[in-house]
Ligand binder design. Structure first.
Ligand SMILES: Cc1cc2nc3c(=O)[nH]c(=O)nc-3n(C[C@H](O)[C@H](O)[C@H](O)COP(=O)(O)OP(=O)(O)OC[C@H]3O[C@@H](n4cnc5c(N)ncnc54)[C@H](O)[C@@H]3O)c2cc1C
Length: 378
């Protein structure tokens, strides 16, 4: 492997997800030229498609709201939920309070957002951040693009590396602690309908609880169906990520989701993929010369449909606070860290209230863990 020098900038933005791309767009729109360290986008499906309506004003702030009009996204319609009751009831409030949002083709949305950032003049360095050192009042960042190791310089670093939270991990393990409220994981699958199925699948979203966790199913605009099951790692059936039959057997034990998929002739051809989906956060979310944005700052249980909205908000506000800090005003950065902390506390309260609505499985570990005292642990 050879080594090379990459560029330097006032602000470095780490990550290629929604938080980092929003930060880059905000910086470009306000006349700044960040150094953007963003690995190439992952091929294939991306999890998480429910965009809350609260995200729209933030997309407007970075001139990106027009992306929601693409034909591969669809407006959210009804949400039906068997949560806390054997009956299936229409209940949009369990996902969000502000009205309908958008069901995204997530990979296409991230690709389009990235293209917008590139069109604004930002050129991502397709590399991973592997090291970070203080250099006077700035930073030396070590990056690896697969062929070459390189060094870059910046005075402020915005960490949008997702749940990895690499900057806090490398630089501030003693100053910023990662807290965790649970160890929620998701089994994620995308299903296609039988070719000549005579049934038009409903555009509703379905939620259903079972003793071991909860199911979520929603139809994408192109007719594929996203199916997720949320549980704890110790409650996962053996080999569920290796054999589709194990996942199919779990579906058979539901009252509604399994029947819905069978009636509309959706096929589960491959075993599901496993993803971390727990509620974790960094406290504080900022340090001297850096701030975490998106999941790196606070990652929420997807029940909230909060993740992408938080990614956009923290990307925009984190970028503004970094610019102010470099201009000599530390106040916006302090306010930013406080608001992230407040948002986490508010989320923990609404999460506890939502899980407490399900009283039928009071002896099941999954529900006991979420309705008892949920003290955060490092
Ligand atoms: C199963 C599941 C379902 C979800 N459903 C929803 C939903 O319906 N609605 C919703 O709003 N939210 C949902 N979420 C949450 C949402 O997906 C996240 O909150 C959101 O993706 C956070 O964006 P981000 O940019 O902070 O992080 P990420 O999307 O994780 O992006 C992190 C980026 O950092 C890069 N990176 C990592 N390490 C490094 C490094 N060392 N150097 C450089 N770059 C690095 C990665 O390659 C990636 O580009 C869901 C999450 C899960 C797991």
């Amino acid at each position: 492997m050879t080594s090379a020098a990459f560029s330097t900038a006032e602000i470095a933005v780490v990550g290629g997800g929604i938080a980092s791309t929003a930060a880059v767009l905000r910086l470009r729109r306000t006349g700044h030229s960040p150094l953007w360290i963003a690995p190439a986008q992952k091929e294939g499906n991306l999890s998480g498609e429910h965009l809350s309506p609260a995200a729209r004003p933030m997309l407007e702030e970075i001139d990106a709201a027009g992306l929601l009009g693409a034909a591969y996204h669809r407006p959210e319609q009804s949400v039906f939920s068997a949560w806390g009751s054997d009956q299936l009831a229409e209940r949009s409030g369990i996902v969000h309070l502000e009205g309908p949002g958008t069901v995204l083709e997530r990979a296409a949305f991230e690709r389009d957002l990235r293209a917008l950032a590139v069109a604004s003049g930002a050129g991502p360095v397709e590399a991973q951040l592997i090291g970070l050192d203080r250099n006077g009042d700035g930073w030396v960042l070590e990056v690896d693009d697969g062929d070459r190791l390189g060094r870059c310089g910046a005075r402020f670093v915005l960490d949008g590396s997702g749940r990895a939270a690499v900057v806090a991990g490398i630089q501030a393990p003693d100053h910023a602690a990662r807290f965790r409220a649970d160890k929620l994981v998701a089994l994620c699958a995308v299903l296609s309908q039988e070719k000549n199925a005579g049934v038009e699948p409903t555009r509703a979203t379905l939620l259903e609880t079972v003793p071991e966790g909860w199911w979520y199913a929603t139809l994408l605009a192109d007719g594929r169906l996203v199916l997720n099951f949320y549980t704890d790692p110790d409650l996962l059936p053996l080999e569920v990520t290796r054999h589709a039959d194990v996942f199919r057997a779990m579906l058979e034990r539901t009252n509604y989701v399994g029947r819905w998929l069978r009636d509309a002739e959706f096929n589960l051809d491959a075993p599901p993929e496993l993803a971390s989906a727990g509620t974790t956060w960094l406290a504080p979310a900022t340090g001297e010369g850096w701030a975490a944005i998106g999941d790196a700052a606070a990652a929420f249980d997807p029940l909230s449909s909060h993740g992408m909205t938080t990614a956009l908000w923290t990307g925009i506000k984190g970028a503004d606070a970094a610019v102010a800090r470099l201009g000599g005003d530390a106040e916006p950065l302090t306010e930013y860290a406080e608001k992230v902390g407040q948002g986490v506390q508010e989320f923990l309260q609404s999460r506890a209230a939502l899980y407490a609505e399900e009283r039928r499985f009071s002896t099941s570990p999954f529900w006991i863990r979420r309705t008892g005292n949920c003290d955060a642990q490092s």
